[in-house]
Design a protein. Structure first.
Ligand code: B12
Lengths: 216, 470
């Protein structure tokens, strides 16, 4: 088998939602000396793009999308554990995400967490109803590349703005990229409050994150 | 007889009741709030303070239910008869808290401002139904921290119908009450004829939010009515079967009733639900499909099973424009709960899966509610309606259009649409020229021409502002 065939097998077994087969195909590819980063980027991450397309075409449904996302996250973790210390593995970056203070809507945010995690980002989820100072503390502690803020209420959208202000006041704004989202949030609002990125749903959130991180 | 609709058999309701009790005892509910945990403990529930987990035994649920009334009386400020919420009465209301409005003039979406809310409340005041008004929209041109109390002021100053207010925390809930007391004259007067209720939305799965607890506690203390809604999303915040979604919606409501009754056994409670589905294709929360109507019959039947007054979403739509889908969804989700005798059907005006409102949809929904009301009356069969005299008068081969009997009865027997088109097909005219939406618009203009909003004395107005800005 050539590299493409190994990768295709991975992609197809993700789409089939066959976790055992995904694991086995990755194992085979590693044994065939294919670069682990190629397996991750052109195999696993690529499979999720395909899954995303099938979702958009209404062939796959949300639970299946999530199922694929979970399989990829699990298998990805196994590769990382296995190759620990091996510097050939690089993640796209670390994302810190939270639903802002006063807001408990978290279903959409959880989808973003899942797809970002499955697309090569490390994700730390701070949960819902998270005050700005907690987010600032966590940035200092974890040094993320991206901070993502979700808000589903017109009354909590100012929370995104306040959080960005708190980050600025803490003098750490330049270290990170900020992305905002949630049903009432618009690109215009994102620009107004000085965020770097905005996405209207979970799969475009991945594309947007790549964009602001300068990953093509 | 009146047409009635059921979706659960007696055995199925018993099964759901038993599963709900098992859920509250074996799994329990989260209450990350000291006050709530104290109250649950007082009521006899088992509280794990570390996990903030509350497990409610059967007898505690029974005790709370025993304190509930089969009906709640909701008053208005016109001094008229109250709405009797309970039994087979069905009333229709607005709902929304929508932040977008489909602009009447430009036909474009934009954010809701205070003037929009005022216009929507005024239209709701003049149309019949709505029988009561749940805050239809959230203005975005005022500070978020006081938007709820501003909404309450707009309601107090633009309608005398009963309204349901929202509040984001204890402070604003108390301000709502304080404003209503100003208008009523005294707390006693308000308690005697409560002309507003407070909305509480529960969080699924099985989780009390601080704001919800605060609202329940403050309104219960004063004995003011609570409209409590559970809204699990099948496949999202509740299991993917409709039956388990009913169990979750029911268990959450029962637990909130235990909490409210632990504060004050006299607090009037309405069992309402928006149990719904998560759309697995669009990843959105859907309110316009068959499941929504089915779940509404289910939650209503459960309310009746316990002998409680019921409410819930209805006349709703997911569509993003005023189109065929809107009519289809709104009629379906309006008719089903109404035929199940949901006492308070809330949804008029709202569409775009809860994200938008418009003046035209409010008019259209008034028409839909009228249509449904007609169906609910059933076909009257009695001496008046079966009088043989008119057959004898007209005789075979005659016509009934000229009969006195017709003049006397047609209004009693037929629904007279306000905006539906039943004219001739005029081939020389563009059929689109006067579509439903245009007619709704014209009807709005006609209704508002002569409308004058209720007046409040100037000093009270100033007092309301003082409360808001304190
Ligand atoms: C479910 C729901 C609830 C549930 C939440 C359960 C939960 N665990 O999340 C409950 C019942 C608890 C609830 C409560 C309330 N709600 Co609510 N709720 C909804 C509802 C119906 C669906 C939201 C949802 O989950 N959608 C599905 C998910 C998958 O979509 P999503 O969240 O939009 O996320 C997607 C994108 O936005 C994006 N995204 C999301 N976050 C992020 C973040 C980033 C960084 C990026 C890039 C992208 C991104 O990607 C996601 C996936 O594609 C909406 C109406 C609607 N149809 O949208 C109202 C709605 C948001 N709620 C509303 C209101 C008013 C409330 C309450 C204030 C009601 C009240 N008075 O008590 C409370 C507030 C509670 C609080 N303090 O937060 C209003 C908001 C209006 C406004 N003023 O802004 C809405 C619009 C409904 C309405 N018209 O009344 N609600």
């Amino acid at each position: 088998m050539n590299t493409d065939e190994y990768l295709n097998k991975i992609i197809e077994s993700v789409i089939d939602q066959d976790e055992a087969m995904v694991g086995k195909s990755v194992e085979e590819a590693l044994n065939a000396d294919i670069d682990p980063m190629v397996i991750i980027n052109d195999g696993l991450t690529e499979s999720l793009k395909k899954v995303g397309d099938l979702f958009a075409e209404e062939i796959l449904f949300l639970p299946e999308l999530i199922g694929c996302g979970e399989i990829v996250t699990n298998v990805m973790k196994k590769i990382e554990d296995k190759l620990k210390g091996d510097d050939s593995i690089t993640k796209k970056g670390l994302m810190l995400i939270a639903t802002v203070k006063g807001d408990v809507h978290d279903i959409g945010k959880n989808l973003v967490v899942l797809l970002m995690g499955a697309s090569g980002y490390d994700v730390v989820d701070l949960g819902k109803d998270v005050p700005a100072n907690t987010i600032v503390e966590k940035i200092n502690e974890l040094n993320p590349d991206i901070v993502a803020l979700s808000a589903l209420l017109s009354t909590t959208m100012p929370g995104q703005k306040n959080t960005i202000q708190a980050i600025e006041e803490a003098g750490i704004r330049k270290k990170i990229k900020i992305m905002v989202g949630g049903a009432p949030v618009t690109r215009a609002w994102a620009e107004e409050i000085g965020a770097d990125g905005y996405a209207e749903d979970a799969s475009t959130a991945v594309v947007e994150a790549d964009r602001i991180m300068g990953i093509s | 007889m009146e047409p009635k609709l059921k979706i659960l058999s007696d055995r199925e309701m018993l099964d759901i009741d038993q599963a709900s009790r098992a859920l509250l005892w074996e799994v329990g509910t989260l209450a990350e709030n000291e006050e709530a945990m104290d109250l649950f403990e007082k009521a006899g529930a088992k509280v794990d303070r570390k996990k903030q987990l509350v497990k409610i035994p059967d007898h505690v649920i029974n005790e709370a239910l025993a304190m509930c009334s089969s009906c709640v009386r909701l008053y208005d400020r016109n001094g008229g008869e109250p709405l009797i919420i309970g039994g087979d009465h069905v009333y229709y209301g607005t709902v929304g808290i929508a932040t977008n409005v489909l602009d009447f003039e430009t036909n474009e979406y934009r954010q809701v401002v205070c003037d929009d809310l005022r216009d929507i409340v005024r239209l709701s005041d003049v149309l019949d139904p709505p029988d009561f008004i749940l805050v239809p929209a959230t203005p975005t041109d005022v500070p978020a921290s006081i938007v709820d109390v501003i909404e309450t002021k707009i309601l107090l100053t633009n309608t005398k119908k009963h309204f349901i207010a929202e509040a984001q925390n204890r402070e604003n809930c108390l301000k709502n009450i304080e404003m209503a007391v100003e208008v009523a004259g005294s707390l006693e007067a308000l308690q005697e004829r409560p002309f507003f209720s407070t909305l509480v939305t529960l969080s699924s799965p099985l989780h009390f939010r601080n704001d919800g607890v605060e609202l329940i506690v403050e309104c219960a203390k004063k004995g003011l009515p609570l409209f409590i809604e559970s809204g699990p999303m099948c496949g999202g915040t509740s299991p993917a079967t409709l039956a388990s979604t009913l169990v979750m919606a029911n268990a959450e409501l029962l637990s909130s009733f235990v909490l409210a009754k632990a504060v004050n056994p006299a607090v009037p409670l309405i069992y309402a639900s928006w149990a719904r589905i998560l759309d697995m294709r669009a990843a959105t929360c859907s309110h316009g499909g068959p499941e929504f109507g089915m779940l509404r019959i289910g939650t209503t039947q459960m309310a009746k099973y316990y002998g409680l007054p019921s409410g819930g979403g209805g006349i709703l739509a997911d569509t993003k424009s005023i189109d065929v889908q809107l009519g289809m969804e709104k009629m379906g989700t309006g008719l089903l709960p109404a035929l199940a005798d949901t006492n308070m059907v809330v949804g008029m005006g709202l569409f775009a899966d809860e994200n938008a409102i418009s003046l035209e949809t409010l008019v259209i929904d008034c028409e839909i509610a009228g249509w449904i009301k007609k169906v609910k009356k059933g076909i009257e069969v009695n001496d008046r309606t079966l009088d043989l005299t008119v057959f004898k008068e007209v005789g075979p081969g005659g016509d009934f259009i000229r009969a006195k009997h017709t003049r006397e009865n047609f209004k009693k027997e037929m629904f007279l649409p306000k905006v539906m088109d039943r004219g001739f097909l005029a081939l020389d005219k563009d059929p689109e020229e006067k579509n439903m939406r245009t007619r709704a618009r014209n009807y709005f203009s006609k209704m508002m021409e002569t409308y004058t909003p209720p007046e409040l004395p100037e000093d009270i107005d100033a007092k309301l502002d003082a409360i808001i800005n304190r």
